[in-house]
Design a protein around this ligand. Structure first.
Ligand SMILES: Cc1cc2nc3c(=O)[nH]c(=O)nc-3n(C[C@H](O)[C@H](O)[C@H](O)COP(=O)(O)O)c2cc1C
Length: 179
């Protein structure tokens, strides 16, 4: 499949079968993460590959909403960065995260981004502090997101061409539509 075909097909998948992710697949996903481009080639990211079901269950409680499905996932990749190494670690992490989602798609797996940075855990604490504490991360290792990955249990139709927001695209000037 071409990259464009994969991009057309990809949807966020939040329910997975019980099947675990084999070691060879895991290594391909890790290779993808480490090949991600980063500003000044600083490579500030660090990744925690979590396949321990008990830990995944605990990570699923990171937020009140939007992370609960992680308890049914065989894999969560916690996307972090040493924030002292780059002022654009968020961008660097985002690129690694979407690349691993696309590699997952190319391998027939489903994935979903779970936002951690800037999200609350509860009224008193952040989702980021919860994950840092749970995984033993030092304070300067910031958490951007968790990418859940598994064998898809659900099928979601691709976005139709008429759902694409072409009005968001301008041509040369902001007041000139692209189409
Ligand atoms: C920055 C970002 C944060 C997201 N956070 C969450 C999240 O916390 N929980 C969740 O279930 N989905 C999350 N998503 C997935 C979006 O809800 C999803 O990409 C969007 O609804 C479009 O659907 P699609 O991915 O199927 O095309 C996030 C996606 C992005 C890019």
């Amino acid at each position: 499949m071409t990259m464009l075909e994969l991009i057309r097909k990809r949807r966020s998948i939040r329910t997975y079968t019980d099947e675990s992710i084999d070691r060879q697949t895991l290594e391909l996903l890790v290779e993808t993460l480490l090949r991600a481009p980063s500003s000044r080639n600083n490579r500030p990211w660090e990744f925690i590959v979590v396949d321990d079901r008990d830990l995944l269950q605990k990570l699923s409680l990171s937020k009140a909403h939007g992370s609960t499905f992680l308890k049914g996932s065989p894999l969560g990749i916690v996307v972090c960065a040493d924030s002292t190494k780059s002022d654009v670690w968020v961008e660097d992490c985002s690129i690694a995260a979407i690349l691993v989602q696309m590699t997952a798609e190319s391998l027939g797996l489903g994935s979903c981004w779970i936002q951690i940075r800037q999200r609350p855990h509860d009224a008193d604490s952040s989702a980021e502090a919860y994950v840092q504490q749970l995984l033993g991360l030092p304070e300067h290792v910031r958490v951007e997101s968790i990418i859940s990955i598994g064998h898809p249990q659900e099928r979601r139709p691709p976005l139709r061409a008429d759902e694409l927001q072409y009005d968001k695209v301008k041509h040369n000037r902001y007041d000139e539509p692209f189409s």
